[in-house]
Ligand binder design. Structure first.
Ligand SMILES: CC(C)(COP(=O)(O)OP(=O)(O)OC[C@H]1O[C@@H](n2cnc3c(N)ncnc32)[C@H](O)[C@@H]1OP(=O)(O)O)[C@@H](O)C(=O)NCCC(=O)NCCS
Length: 155
């Protein structure tokens, strides 16, 4: 059974070695970039601070992917955001990406402050779009920079 584990001083070196396929590299930042970003979160000009949390996706002792989500409980639209998701090229298509998403959503559903979850992806990232749509994410027709926004309403 896979699991997600927080990024720590003991596992970050392994996690930064995970790679997507060459043709997927513009879909997702490197894990070393994401782990750096997760130290600080993100300040939105109007709606305030997003706090980031980063995890490795594991199958037993094998690191297979990376997940990062953020919280901003005062945000009027989405109080949780899936900031990053990747599965190493060697382990794609085995359900780990879906598993990571389901674990994140399980955490969000248990927190009454979270009414909606956001995610964004490159418009040509059909694999990601299909995965998120199958979990109930809907595109409101807005862009977030050059990425397509999708939102899942909870409860
Ligand atoms: C997107 C990604 C995280 C999916 O992880 P994964 O472990 O390969 O996906 P899963 O095996 O869990 O598949 C889940 C669903 O994704 C969809 N999917 C994944 N890759 C796909 C592809 N290449 N083409 C079409 N659909 C795809 C399918 O709908 C699949 O549904 P199923 O469970 O009914 O088969 C992974 O392919 C990846 O790391 N891609 C590169 C980075 C990226 O695009 N990250 C997302 C940025 S928003």
């Amino acid at each position: 059974m896979p699991e997600i584990r927080p990024v720590t001083k003991d596992n970050w070196r392994k996690l930064i070695k995970l790679q997507v396929r060459e043709d997927q590299k513009n879909f997702v930042a490197s894990n070393v970039h994401s782990i750096a970003e997760s130290q600080f979160g993100y300040d939105e000009p109007v709606h305030g601070h997003w706090d980031f949390h980063s995890f490795g996706i594991y199958d037993g002792e094998t690191a297979v992917g990376f997940l990062m989500y953020g919280f901003n409980f005062g945000h009027p639209k989405q109080q949780a955001f899936i900031v990053r998701l990747m599965v190493d090229e060697k382990f794609q298509g085995k359900g780990y990406g879906r598993f990571g998403m389901e674990k994140a959503l399980e955490t969000f559903r248990a927190d009454g402050r979270i009414k909606a979850v956001g995610i964004s992806y490159e418009p040509e990232n059909e694999g990601a779009r299909k995965l998120y749509a199958s979990l109930g994410f809907v595109e409101p027709g807005e862009m977030l920079g050059d990425e397509t926004l999708a939102v899942l309403k909870l409860g």
